[in-house]
Each structure stands twice: as C-alpha cells, then as structure tokens.
Design a binder for this molecule. Structure first.
Ligand SMILES: [Zn+2]
Length: 194
C-alpha cells in the first residue's frame, strides 16, 4: 500500500437529474480507466452521466444505486478496480447524497499492485476492429466460453501476445460482480440481457 495514493480521492457529483455538476482534480487522473471512458475534464460539466456510460447493464446498476441512495438516504460502498497498464488499482467507490440533493461519487485507492506492462490496457498502440469485453468493476476480461479472467491470462487464452494490432476494450459487468452488486442493492432488477 502506498501512502501517497491513500490520500487521493476521486470525486464527481451529479445533480438530481443526474447531470455532472462537479469533478475534482483527481478525477481526470482516473477517468480514462474508469467505467466512464470519456469523462476527462471540466468539459463534462452540465452533461448527463448517461452520455458517458454506454453499457446497458452498468447504466441499470448505476440507476439502481442512485435510487437506493436517494430513497433510503443511505451510503453505498463497493469495491472496484481501476487498473493501469503497469498496475492493479484496488479501489472503493462511495455513493452518497448530499444535503442539497446532489449525488457524490467518491473513490479512493485501497492498494496498488505492480504488474508487467500490459499493452492491451494502454491507450497507445494500434487497435483493430475487434472488441473484447472487460468488466468495468473487477477489470476481468471475458474469454470463451463464458469465463472472466485477469488480463494476463486473457492475453494467453486469446493468443494476443506478440500481436501488433490488439483488440479494443468495451466495458460490461461480469456475473460475479453483478451478483455482488445486486445483493448489496437488495434488488432483482438488472437481469442480464439476452
Ligand atoms: Zn467483474
């Protein structure tokens, strides 16, 4: 655990209509790796959060989280990963409602592990037309048939090593994370899409 990173808190806030009204300076650090790939800086202010989350299951889960926070006046915390090409970042998100009715998403790094450079996770390098699916919460990658594995294993299983053109990554949610979140939310909404 790195003390220097413990203090970093990545925060954004939504108004009651789910428009982005605040992002802090650390948000830009993590935005490109998080669920919302295009949330990069102050330019996002005033836009709807749903403009930036494309995966339907993730949208439904976020909505369920916001509804629960609002209706029960509670705080919801859940772990997630926000990895970099050379690091696994184990993080925790806390979603709460502020007295003025806005919603706050605050993420902190719990710990970081170094890893060998993973070109698949790099924003640089040539990407082809193929897509692979990554869980936006635990960052595991879907490999056939119906398995979700760490990126290092995915590279082996999908035979991506030494390839000059790598697939692009889209985000979804794996059954394990979906089950955990639904249990936390106490809801049977958000069944997997067929
Ligand atoms: Zn997952």
């Amino acid at each position: 655990m790195k003390q220097t990173e413990n203090d970093l808190k990545c925060v954004y806030r939504l108004d009651s209509e789910y428009k982005i009204i605040f992002v802090n300076e650390f948000w830009t650090l993590f935005a490109s790796d998080n669920h919302a790939d295009n949330l990069c800086d102050q330019e996002v202010l005033g836009n709807s959060i749903w403009d930036y989350i494309t995966d339907r299951e993730t949208v439904e889960l976020y909505k369920a989280i916001l509804v629960k926070v609002a209706q029960e006046n509670t705080v919801i915390r859940f772990p997630f990963r926000c990895d970099a090409p050379t690091a696994r970042r184990f993080m925790e998100m806390q979603v709460s409602r502020l007295p003025n009715g806005s919603y706050e998403f605050a993420s902190v790094i719990l710990r970081t592990e170094s890893r060998g450079f993973q070109p698949l996770l790099s924003a640089f390098g040539k990407k082809g037309d193929d897509f692979i699916r990554s869980c936006g919460w635990c960052k595991k990658i879907a490999v056939p048939p119906e398995r979700w594995v760490e990126v290092e294993e995915a590279v082996q299983v999908l035979k991506l090593f030494n390839q000059s053109v790598l697939p692009q990554i889209t985000h979804g949610i794996c059954p394990h994370c979906q089950g955990k979140l639904l249990a936390k939310l106490g809801t049977i909404k958000c069944q997997p899409n067929t």
